[in-house]
Structure formats: C-alpha cells, structure tokens
Design a binder for this molecule. Structure first.
Ligand code: FAD
Ligand code: DLZ
Ligand code: SF4
Length: 535
C-alpha cells in the first residue's frame, strides 16, 4: 500500500551520524509540525570496521547532543540508542521499524557520504511502502555532476587545476577583477619550513566530557572494549558551540603559522599549528565554506599571511572537495585497486606502536591516544612506510578507516589508495610519494634520538626507510622508470654498482622478513589501556 496520499501522516527524515548540520538538505524548508526526525545508533555502522573507541564516542555523543538541540528547537526526534530493545542494527532495519511506528507519507534523506551506505539508501524506494526522496548533500561545494564534467576527457585529474576552478567559482581569495589575491594561486613552496628551535604551538582547546559524553564513554567501554584506542584522552568537540570555539582558537592563535609549518613534525607535538577541525567538519558540526571565509577574513585583517590562508583554503576547497569528487568517480573499483601488487600483511606494530622506529612509534602513539595524526604523519611516515614496504592496500585501508576519528571512506580511501599507495595506478597522484629517511629527518626531530641511524644506508642499525626505498624502486622498475617524474632516479641506482645495490636489497629483505604480521582483529583492550595508565 502506498501511503503518499495520506494527508496527516508525517514525513520521516533520517539524519545520519555525519549529517549533524541544522541546515542539512533533508530537513531544510520542512515544517516542524509534520516532520519526524529519525536518528539511529546502529551496530552495523559502529562495526563495519573496528573504529577507534574515540570515533564511536564522538559520533554517538555528537548525535545525542544534536538530537537534544533539535528537540529544544521544537522538532520531534525519534532517537534510537544502540542498546534500545529491538534495535535492528542497520539503517535500513531501523527505517523500516520507524515506518511501522509513524506510518509516514514519505522518507526524505540527504544522500550518504559513503558508497556502501548510499547503495542501501537507493534500495529503500523498492523496499518501503512510502515515497523516498534522496536529496543532494550541498554542504560540499562541488556536486557530483560538476566534478564529473570537470573530469571528463582529462588525461590526468590534476588537483591544482580543479582547485583554481573552485577558487573562481567560490570567489575565495579572488580580487574583483578575477585575479588570485596576493598574486599567486598557490603558495605551497612557502609551506615547507622544517621545525627549528622551540616552536611552542598554542594548545588546542580540549573539551571535558559532559554527562552525555560520559554515558557514551561507559557504553563504548562496555560494548567495544576490543576496539583500538585510548578513551581517557577523549577531548573532541561534540557540539556546534564547542566546534566553533575550537575554530575561533585556530583563527586567533594558530593560523598564522599553519602555512609555514604544515609539513613539520615534532616528537610528542600532536597538533602543531593544524586546525584539528576535520572531526567537526566531517560530521557536520562545522561548514567548509564558513571556515574558508573566516580564513580569508584573517588575511584581510592582517592577522594571517597569504601562505597560511591560501594553504588552509586549498586543503578545504581544493583537496577535500577533489578527494570527494574523485571517490564518487572511481567507486566501487577504488576499493580493490592494487596496481603495485602489494600483498604484505600490515605489521603488528601498527596496532601496538611497539617499534624502534621513532617516527612510526610517535605517529602510532598519537593515533592511539587521540584518534588523530596530522597530515604529513599520515602521508610521509605511516603512508610512506606502507608504500615502500608493500603492504596490502586493503589492510592499509581498513587500518586508516578504523583508527582516525575523522575517517569516512569517501575521504580515507582516495588518500590511501591514490595518495599514499599508488594502488590506483596514478589516477590521483602523478608519482608514488616514496621517500627514504632523509625526508623524515629534514622535516622532523624524530631521527636525532632514534635507535636507528638515518645516515646509515644499509646493514645493522641503518634507518629501515633507506633500504626499503631502494627495494621499492627496484621492485617496480618496469613501471616507474617510464614515469618522467620519478624515472630519472634509476640513473642514481645504476651508478651504485651491483655490490651496493645487493647490499640495499638484502638489508631491505632482512627487515621485511623480521616484520610480525598483525594478529587478525587484534586491538588493545580497555583493561590493557587502564593498566598502562596506572603505571
Ligand atoms: P589541517 O591540516 O588543519 O587541514 C585543514 C583541513 O583540510 C582538514 O580539516 C581537512 O578537512 C582538509 N584536508 C587537508 N588535507 C586533506 C586531504 N588530503 N584530503 C581531504 N581533506 C583534506 N582526512 C579526513 O578528514 N579523514 C580521513 O579519513 C583522512 N584520511 C587520510 C589518510 C591519508 C593516508 C592521508 C595522507 C590523509 C588523510 N586525511 C584524511 C587528510 C588529512 O590528513 C586530515 O584531513 C588532517 O590531518 C586533519 O587534521 P586537521 O583538521 O588538523 O587538518
Ligand atoms: C561512524 C558512525 C558510527 C560509528 N556509528 C553511527 C551510527 O550508529 N549511526 C549513524 O547514523 N552514523 C554512524 N556513523 C556515521 C556513519 O557511518 C556515516 O554517517 C555514514 O557512513 C555515511 O555514509
Ligand atoms: Fe624514522 Fe629512520 Fe628517522 Fe628512525 S632514523 S626516526 S626510523 S626516519
């Protein structure tokens, strides 16, 4: 039976965990009198990968706060908690139950950000007895059709070209006569300062868990104790007000140095001058355009230099939008691409942090403690290692999707498959971002106190990144020597002569053989975390 003609039945508006925006397209323009908002904590979403405990707390707490705010504003919200009786465990199951409860005349939802969920949404029209409308998610500044049109016929999807289009379309950092403010489109060359001296980044605001968050923490400790991650350090913003406070602090105190030190890494300094806003941005507490406008205002007021402001805006209207467009263009194939035929299992130390490689252990510690690592750590330490050690892309994807509080497949997968692993065969990056220990030494203070020596190239005590780099280049010679951006490196390799080359290859192989694969499903338990905290 179709209920679409029933005059008094409401419209059911499911709002997903990453749609926590008051102006989301599913609810925009609706009357409070004939709308029932549905929010669902479901087992499937919490476990399709074993998310970091902090990510589950973040999502459930932000969802519960958002529901309270909607109710206070007069909306009717039907909120299903994880442990509620009869919880069906999936979005589809819960919408079916809500249809039984409310007999709506229609279901109206904003499209899902992830392919997996969107596939399920697209089956609803056939499954349910009422109309289903899926609306575009216009929080993104470039819609699917515009991205596809831009991509059509291009040999390579160069981010910089897309970014310039986006600058023109949004008018961000553009003069009235259509020129880039400051004179250049891109100031990346000014954004590579190594960390020298005491940088003392101002502390990022931290938000002590309130009663709602504490309740969720208890739930997560009980139900997800075998997931990775520390919970005692949960301090993420969970409401729009908190997220705005975090943004205020960034624009007041850190954006000035964001640009120059974007690629710098300092042992134990987890935030540096980064905004730390991705968790709020990705679940909808903050809006991408509002952040870019605030960055531009900081430039206009003279409180931040052009390289910082342009760099920040490029990350958001450039990289973030490009990555999202790229994801939808290349799904579902992107999930299984493996151009470099990488098959090695993820090493155990990605979960434990127990490695003498100081750079990796620091990045994994931050990941465990904060459900966060900053971009260059994800790219040039963790990602570079996975690339040159030949780790299986699916294992790497699952790890990145599980361990970061800002991780959703639409943003994680292109970064992992395309940006770090070159598994997509160069659709995203023009060359693999492979590097030896030199790069990490230049951009961090990690190597000074590492058990390995960055200047030692092979043999006992040599930085493993050094032989792994040449092992990777040698393994993929046939493909990479044809790449004009990286191919010239083989002249250096060949000049080394056979003995030295073999030394590199043996050192790399010895290291690779010593890697212990991760135990399937392994993760630290709450008990282990608590024991460690008590020490
Ligand atoms: P900032 O350094 O302050 O940058 C500002 C904003 O720019 C970020 O909040 C983010 O929204 C955007 N941004 C910057 N770089 C990228 C990028 N490469 N792709 C998309 N957006 C970008 N970001 C996620 O949000 N979720 C992920 O799951 C994720 N996985 C990643 C995996 C890998 C292998 C790599 C290399 C990068 C990944 N990133 C991901 C991008 C980036 O590392 C994070 O957005 C950033 O570290 C978040 O911290 P921040 O808010 O302090 O960022
Ligand atoms: C990440 C996540 C988690 C852990 N749990 C839920 C949940 O129980 N309910 C919900 O609505 N959303 C959750 N999310 C976010 C969703 O995974 C995200 O909204 C979809 O993946 C978008 O496609
Ligand atoms: Fe990392 Fe090598 Fe430096 Fe150690 S020496 S911190 S392993 S790059």
């Amino acid at each position: 039976m179709r209920l679409s003609g029933m005059a008094n039945s409401p419209v059911l508006v499911p709002i997903l965990g990453d749609q926590l925006t008051r102006t989301i397209s599913s609810i925009r323009g609706r009357s409070k009198d004939d709308t029932i908002v549905l929010m669902m904590e479901v087992w499937d979403e919490a476990t399709y990968v074993k998310h970091h405990k902090q990510k589950i707390v973040l999502l459930f707490s932000a969802m519960r706060h958002f529901a309270e705010e909607l109710r206070a504003d007069g909306w009717t919200v039907d909120y299903v908690k994880l442990d509620d009786d009869g919880n069906a465990g999936s979005f589809t199951g819960e919408v079916a139950r809500a249809i039984e409860r409310h007999s709506p005349r229609a279901v109206q939802i904003t499209e899902a950000s992830e392919w997996r969920v969107q596939q399920a949404l697209e089956e609803w029209a056939d499954k349910f007895s009422c109309e289903v409308e899926i609306r575009p998610d216009d929080r993104f500044l470039c819609d699917h059709a515009t991205f596809s049109k831009w991509a059509e016929g291009r040999k390579h999807l160069t981010m910089e070209h897309f970014y310039r289009e986006m600058r023109k379309r949004t008018g961000l950092l553009m003069t009235d006569d259509g020129k880039p403010k400051g004179g250049d489109w891109n100031y990346d060359k000014d954004n590579r300062e190594p960390p020298k001296g005491d940088l003392n980044p101002p502390p990022v605001p931290k938000f002590e868990p309130d009663a709602i968050t504490q309740k969720v923490i208890e739930l997560v400790k009980e139900r997800f104790s075998d997931h990775f991650g520390n919970l005692d350090t949960f301090l993420w913003p969970v409401t729009r007000d908190e997220a705005l406070e975090a943004a205020d602090a960034f624009f007041k105190e850190r954006i000035e140095k964001f640009g120059p030190y974007q690629d710098a890494m300092v042992y134990g300094s987890d935030d540096m001058f980064h905004s730390m806003l991705s968790t709020s941005l990705n679940c909808g507490l903050l809006d991408p355009l509002e952040l870019c406008e605030r960055a531009e205002q900081a430039y206009e007021k003279g409180s931040a230099p052009i390289n910082s402001v342009e760099g920040f805006i490029r990350q958001i209207i450039g990289w973030r939008e490009y990555i999202r467009g790229f994801y939808w263009l290349h799904m579902p194939g992107l999930e299984t691409d493996n151009e470099m035929n990488a098959t090695r299992p993820l090493p155990e130390f990605f979960w434990t942090g127990e490695t003498d490689m100081r750079c990796l252990s620091d990045c994994i510690r931050s990941t465990h403690e904060n459900a966060h690592a900053h971009h260059i750590q994800r790219l040039m330490v963790l990602g570079n290692f996975c690339l040159i050690a030949g780790i299986d892309p699916q294992e790497v994807q699952d790890w990145y999707l599980a361990v970061y509080a800002d991780a959703y497949q639409w943003v994680e997968l292109p970064n992992v498959s395309g940006m770090i692993l070159y598994a997509d065969g160069g659709k995203l990056a023009t060359k693999p971002y492979a590097a030896s220990g030199n790069y990490i030494n230049k951009m961090s203070d990690y190597c000074k106190e590492c058990a390995y020596s960055v200047s030692k190239k092979t043999g006992e005590g040599a930085c493993p990144f050094n032989p792994l780099y040449w092992h990777f280049m040698d393994t993929h010679r046939e493909t990479l020597s044809k790449n004009h951006r990286i191919g010239r490196i083989y002249a250096t390799w060949d000049r080394m002569g056979d003995v030295k080359k073999q030394d590199y290859l043996d050192s790399a192989q010895g290291f690779l053989d010593s890697l212990e694969p991760a135990r399937p499903g392994w993760a630290r338990t709450v008990e282990e975390d608590e024991a460690e905290a008590a020490e």
